[in-house]
Design a protein. Sequence first.
Length: 176
Amino acid sequence: MAKLGQTTPAGDLFELDESSSIPLWLQLKNRFIYLITSGFYMPGDQLPTVRGLAVEVEVNYNTVSKVYQSLEEDGYIVSKRRQGAFVADVSDKPGVSANVMAEAVTAEYLQRCQELGLSLEDIDAQFTAALAAAKAKRERETGANNAKETGVGCGRIIHFPGSEGDSAERATGNGA
């Protein structure tokens, strides 16, 4: 994956939903936290400037500034005067784990689905179907990979009529 400032524009990394009930600054902050805790941004990576990010994602300068201040207060980034904002090492930060991030993503998913007018039962049915499809896909991929590794399933055995008794002849090299 490309880091911000290389080949991926910030607009691609930070898609904001203006129609959501979640404030833009909080959407942006949550996305930064995800990018940091998932390893996209590594400790020491420099983040875009406040002005630059504000222009790229088309939000007010003060909104981005508020996000950076909040991230710094929470220990995700460190600001260095006249140098910029850098990702802090959060590997030993309590509460930073895949489970915590999954809970946040799940809560946002539920809220967005409800904003679309789906009932909790509809959301459950949709999620269950998607989970079943993902498991089936994993099984197909795992089964295909195992077959390639072991050689199982890589060819077909074709039995021709009357060939059942020919096995002794084939073993000696005299058969078809």
